[in-house]
Design a protein around this ligand. Structure first.
Ligand SMILES: C[S@@+](CC[C@H](N)C(=O)[O-])C[C@H]1O[C@@H](n2cnc3c(N)ncnc32)[C@H](O)[C@@H]1O
Length: 392
């Protein structure tokens, strides 16, 4: 068996749901999720590129009872695997509050031990803190095999060497350099789109349909992952933006090929079977999020905004039910308002969707009593509530 560590992104529950869907079930150690696999990961970079919720992947190379023993293994590994000057980094997870002191000692001791073996060595950690993924990426430490991770487990310590790290540049290019953008109606962060696609599609290649496609983030990410895509939106501008963006993705990433089935203008609440040429297998979307707000809405504004959203979401889900086959998965985001002391959700939305004949797939460790997960960024008033439904 091969043990791999996945360093989880900021929204760790979504990251874990994504890993369970496409890699396997594992164990949590704080910010790390460990999965045991029968086979080695054949192409870690490819897997990394499709996981929106994983910051880096590391392969476990040693397990020891004590910290000095794992430190020794780390020195041996770096000495054996690095050529020339040893440029390395080390991050520790699941340690007690003395983390900074432990890391400080480990970094100094490893460097000293390498020097005593006449190896010139330098670590790139700053201020004796866990190293940032951007630095690992820029220093190419995964290629050099010298970004190391130590985690504390109930039985001792694990040492792992990183095999891949998130390519932050590629995300930024897809987010900011695409030709069609619409900051006003909101754009899904590409990493969140990837997580939702993975949760909906699992290990299968699918036909993914986004009936609220906006400027096409879901379609772009689904194309990159090898799915066929269909998109529609009520707005003419959104359809134009999506068309431009998928063309751009096809030009930039030639492996995408001819997987765009259709992008068309359509109100999702009046959708009919004849509107889609191929029956989609997976629905992934961020629905209408309500009117843009610049200050926290009053109770009445919230009630009005949520009623408007609910009408569209329930209307669309009702129409989708008539075009989908049994076993279809639907992963979608609806808005919630993040108050100072509590979150305001669209009350009763889950029940109304269940009444249409859908089954709710509860996320493990859900953020809400109704089995959904919440995604938000600091300082944002509108967050996204993520649901997973199935037709069964
Ligand atoms: C939050 S945006 C989606 C953004 C998209 N996920 C992206 O990343 O670009 C919601 C979209 O829903 C569309 N919309 C609103 N009401 C709709 C309806 N009844 N049917 C279809 N689309 C609708 C809006 O035009 C808008 O583009």
């Amino acid at each position: 068996m091969h043990k791999y560590l996945f360093l989880l992104g900021r929204q760790s529950k979504l990251s874990i749901a994504e890993l369970k869907a496409v890699v396997g079930v594992g164990k949590s150690f704080g910010e790390i999720y460990m999965i045991e696999l029968a086979d080695e990961i054949a192409d870690p970079e490819k897997l990394q590129d499709m996981l929106g919720g994983t910051i880096k992947i590391a392969k476990v190379i040693s397990e020891e009872k004590s910290l000095p023993a794992i430190q020794q293994k780390c020195v041996d590994y770096l000495d054996e695997h690095c050529e020339g000057k040893v440029i390395f980094s080390l991050s520790v997870y699941n340690f007690a509050h003395s983390l900074k002191k432990d890391l400080n000692n480990l970094l100094k001791n490893i460097k000293k031990a390498l020097k005593s073996r006449e190896r010139n060595a330098r670590f790139i950690n700053k201020l004796f803190e866990n190293v940032r993924s951007v630095s690992i990426y820029e220093e190419k430490l995964c290629e050099k095999g010298s970004d190391m991770t130590i985690i504390k487990t109930p039985d001792g310590f694990l040492l792992a060497a990183s095999v891949s790290v998130q390519n932050f540049r590629a995300y930024s290019i897809r987010d900011y350099d695409r030709p069609g953008r619409d900051a006003k109606s909101g754009m899904l962060p590409p990493k969140l789109a990837q997580m939702m696609i993975n949760i909906g599609c699992g290990k299968n290649i699918s036909v993914v349909y986004d009936p609220f496609c906006g400027s096409g983030t879901v379609l772009m990410e689904a194309l990159l992952q090898g799915h066929q895509v269909i998109g529609s939106d009520i707005s003419e501008k959104a359809v134009e933006d999506t068309k431009k963006n998928v063309e751009w993705i096809k030009e930039k990433f030639t492996h995408v090929g001819n997987s765009v089935i259709d992008v068309f203008q359509q109100d999702a609440t009046t959708l009919e079977r004849k509107d889609v040429t191929i029956t989609p297998r997976t629905i992934v979307c961020e629905t209408y999020l309500g009117p843009a707000i610049s200050k926290f809405p009053s109770d009445q504004e919230r009630i009005n905004n949520f009623a408007e959203v609910e009408k569209i979401v329930v209307g669309a889900m009702g129409r989708l039910k008539t075009i989908l086959n049994n076993n279809a998965d639907l992963v979608f985001a609806v808005p919630f308002y993040k108050g100072r002391d509590k979150n305001y959700l669209i009350e009763g939305l889950d029940k109304k969707i269940k009444n249409l004949g859908y089954t709710l797939v509860n996320f493990d460790n859900a953020d809400t009593e109704r089995g959904s997960l919440l995604y938000y960024r600091d300082n944002q008033l509108v967050g996204r509530e993520i649901f997973h439904f199935k037709i069964s």
